[in-house]
Design a protein around this ligand. Sequence first.
Ligand code: FES
Length: 167
Amino acid sequence: MVSEKNHNVSRRQFLTYTLTGVGGFMAAGMILPMARFAIDPVLQSAGAGDMNAVADVSELTEEPQRFDFSYEQVDGWYTSEVTETAWIYQEGDNITALSPTCTHLGCTVNWNSNESYQNQFFCPCHGGRFEKNGTNVPGTPPTEPLHKYEIEVRDGTVYLGKANPQI
Ligand code: FES
């Protein structure tokens, strides 16, 4: 048989339970927002894969032109502004946007910048060359074409996403 004394909660026990409950509630109220603040940036997507407005379709010609564009990149807790370049041209309904990064060792290529190689992209670092559509010229150092940007056209504006390998 259980004595009646065991059913009673002493003043000390009552205070212990009450303070533990209140303390736990307050701690949860402080820790949960801090945890969310700490984890949230990691869960957010970075800006690199988003589509960015780069040019008006009316500006494009059959000759590749250089367009610079910027976007905010979120990397964990660090946000920075990134500037990228695309060489864009239009032939009929087809719009092509190429990355200027040489696929040999990453220097920057330019269109029609070497008199000896008209109508090609030229890399000044090791003489790499690419055709207008980005195909690497055989016998020059690069072994794959320039990367192509993902393209979307909305309301007369060209949006670019990620630059992907062509092979
Ligand atoms: S980096 Fe362009 S040819 Fe080497």
